[in-house]
Every structure is written in structure tokens, then in C-alpha cells.
Write a protein that binds this ligand. Structure first.
Ligand code: AHM
Ligand code: MG
Length: 335
């Protein structure tokens, strides 16, 4: 039987050998993992834990919150506020940043998360997840405020997600490749099951919500049109389509077997750059994908180079297998 090492051991070895993880960051990642374990247990209870359905409230983006959105948000805050590793947190489900209360020691990191991504899938028992991103407080900063969070994604020091699917899997990067840890429920530990993931550069699989086709901009229509023509079209090969409507699940598939994921700008809300959020979804996923040899752009620019101007900023997302992402991006610049 293969012997798997635990997340704790992996982090300690990374700290010792590669110097990638300072002690405070290691604590942070362990605490996030522990919170994800709790969320996973809550998700698994489903109707038995009375956690399904709507909470009857709306978040800052005007989206109806599910009970699990709020529960997962609270779990992450409760787990992270007292350890002394954080200065503040920001969440897709909170209007403003959450500064660590004065009764607790403060650390040098900032944690951002989408506590429960893919909320529309909660009640139908389809994979959902938690996405997180870690930044460092700017140096010589006296008091934390929202401006401290507005750093481009390339400045992340750690990023990852936990997918609650048939297995609960934590996927992580600290800038030294991507590692996957599967939750061993008997031991209660995340165990390393895959390291140095590589996304194939080419793919025959795309993920996009096709029902929005009539609203897309010409470059995205062109790309999908060409894929749909299959063997008889300019691509000369048949494509397959997948759309889970949980970014975590769609990105997880891409990290495992390649593919391209798109949530582009569309005409339904022409003044918004896209549906997905830069800080809680696009940045962490873009870094994971790049760390696995893939690419991530908004059609014009590398996602990790975008300078955010607002905490809840939205962005158009094209990510996955490198050659396909480059193709879609070139269709944008060609016009
Ligand atoms: P959420 O964070 O409120 O769950 O929204 C984000 C989700 C992504 O996980 C997914 O890719 C997308 O929204 C699905 O959108 P749609 O329902 O328009 O297909
Ligand atoms: Mg989300």
C-alpha cells in the first residue's frame, strides 16, 4: 500500500527544505485546512443537518445567500481570527473586510475567500468548494484597511481550494507547483495524493455556460463556433463539453486532465467585466493553473497582472490548457 504523507508533514518539509513557507503561513494553511474539514462535514450532513436552502439574505453583489454560504463564512472566520497569523480577512459573502479584533494578536497575512463556491449546486448534491487566497500586508503599514488587499494576483503567497465532491480534496500552491491532498476521514487528516500537477498544453474539452452564447462577444463566439464544428471545421478535431456550474469542480477537472474554462464578459450586464470575482475566485485559480503549466487571462491580459481597484471587482475569466487559452486570447487581440 502506498504511504501518503500528511498536509502537516508536507508543509513542514516545504518550510525546511525549500524555505517556501514561513511558520506563520504554515499555521495559516493548517487552520484553513481545518476549517475546510469542518465545512466538509457540514456539507455532508445535508438535509439531516438542516443546512440546505436559502438563508433569506443577499450579499453585497445582490445574490441570494444560501445557509451554507453563511455557515462556511463563519467557520472560516472563527477558525482564523485568534491564531495570530492574520491582520484581516475578506470574503465574497461580506460587504467589508473583517479586521482581526483587538483582543487577538495580529499577524502579517491577509486571507481572502469564497467560502462556498458553486452555491447553486448545494441543494442538488453536486460538487461545491471553498476557494482561498493569501496575501502579505504591505510593509511598514500601520493599520490594515481595504486598500491593503488591492494587490495584483501575482503577489499571492499561497492559494488553493477545497472541493467537496465524492472525495474532499484540498489543492494548494505556495509558488512551488500544485499539490493535492485527499481527506482521510478515518484519520481526520489531509494526505498528499498528487504533487507537481501538470495541465496538458492541448485539449479537446471546453467548459462554458452555453446558454449565454447569444450574449457573448465575437472572440468567444468564434472560438466556441470553431470547437463545435469539430473534425469538419478549422480545428480538425471533435471537442467535448463539460459545465458543472461550480468553478472549483470545473477547475479541478482541468488540473487533473486538462481543458479550458471560460466565464467571459457578456451583454447581460455590459457594465460588469464578468460574473466571477477577481480576488476570491479568479486570482487563486489563475495562480494554481499557471503553477501547473496552464494559462489564465481575461482575454486581453494575464489575470495575475490585473491591478484591482475594488475588493469585490469582477473579471472575465479564460483559463486552463495553455495553447487553447492563448488561442482565445489571440482572438480578442485580433479584433
Ligand atoms: P458563486 O460563488 O455564487 O457560487 O458563483 C460562482 C459560480 C462559479 O462557481 C461557476 O463557474 C459559475 O458561478 C456558474 O454560473 P452559472 O450559473 O451562470 O453557470
Ligand atoms: Mg464563487
Amino acid at each position: 500500500m502506498t504511504q501518503h504523507i500528511s498536509l502537516t508533514r508536507y508543509l513542514i518539509e516545504q518550510q525546511r527544505e525549500a524555505g517556501h513557507i514561513p511558520a506563520q503561513l504554515r499555521l495559516l494553511l493548517e487552520v484553513v485546512a481545518r476549517a475546510c474539514k469542518r465545512i466538509s462535514l457540514t456539507v455532508n450532513k445535508g438535509a439531516l443537518g438542516s443546512v440546505l436552502g436559502s438563508a433569506g439574505s443577499e450579499n453585497v453583489q445582490g445574490e441570494v445567500q444560501k445557509k451554507l454560504d453563511i455557515i462556511a463564512n463563519e467557520v472560516l472566520i472563527d477558525a482564523n481570527e485568534w491564531g495570530g497569523h492574520l491582520a484581516a480577512m475578506a470574503s465574497e459573502e461580506m460587504d467589508a473586510i473583517y479586521v482581526v479584533p483587538n483582543r487577538f494578536p495580529k499577524g502579517e497575512y491577509l486571507l481572502l475567500f469564497d467560502p462556498l463556491d458553486g452555491s447553486s449546486n448545494i441543494d442538488v448534491n453536486v460538487s461545491i468548494g471553498t476557494i482561498f487566497s493569501v496575501l502579505k500586508m504591505p510593509e511598514d503599514d500601520r493599520g490594515v484597511d481595504e486598500g491593503d488587499f488591492l494587490q495584483p494576483g501575482r503577489q499571492q503567497v499561497a492559494a488553493g481550494y477545497c472541493i467537496y465532491g465524492p472525495q474532499t480534496v484540498l489543492v494548494l500552491t505556495v509558488g512551488d507547483g500544485v499539490a493535492m491532498f485527499t481527506l482521510d476521514r478515518e484519520q481526520g487528516s489531509f494526505m498528499l495524493t498528487e504533487e507537481k500537477l501538470r495541465i496538458p498544453e492541448d485539449t479537446k474539452e471546453f467548459a462554458i455556460n452555453m446558454s449565454n452564447m447569444r450574449h457573448w462577444a465575437p472572440p468567444v463566439r468564434r472560438y466556441i463556433d470553431e470547437c463545435l464544428q469539430g473534425k469538419d471545421g478549422p480545428r480538425g478535431k471533435d471537442f467535448n463539453m463539460r459545465w458543472v456550474a461550480s468553478m472549483v469542480a470545473d477547475v479541478h477537472r482541468i488540473l487533473v486532465r486538462g481543458g479550458i474554462f471560460m466565464y467571459p464578459w457578456d451583454k447581460r450586464e455590459p457594465n460588469k467585466p464578468g460574473k466571477l470575482r477577481l480576488m476570491y475566485e479568479a486570482n487563486p485559480m489563475a495562480w494554481l493553473v499557471e503553477q501547473a503549466g496552464g494559462a489564465a487571462t481575461n482575454g486581453h491580459q494575464r489575470i495575475l497582472d490585473i491591478q484591482p481597484s475594488q475588493l469585490h471587482e469582477r473579471v472575465s475569466v479564460i483559463l486552463g490548457s495553455k495553447n487553447e487559452v492563448e488561442r482565445v486570447t489571440s482572438y480578442h487581440t485580433a479584433l
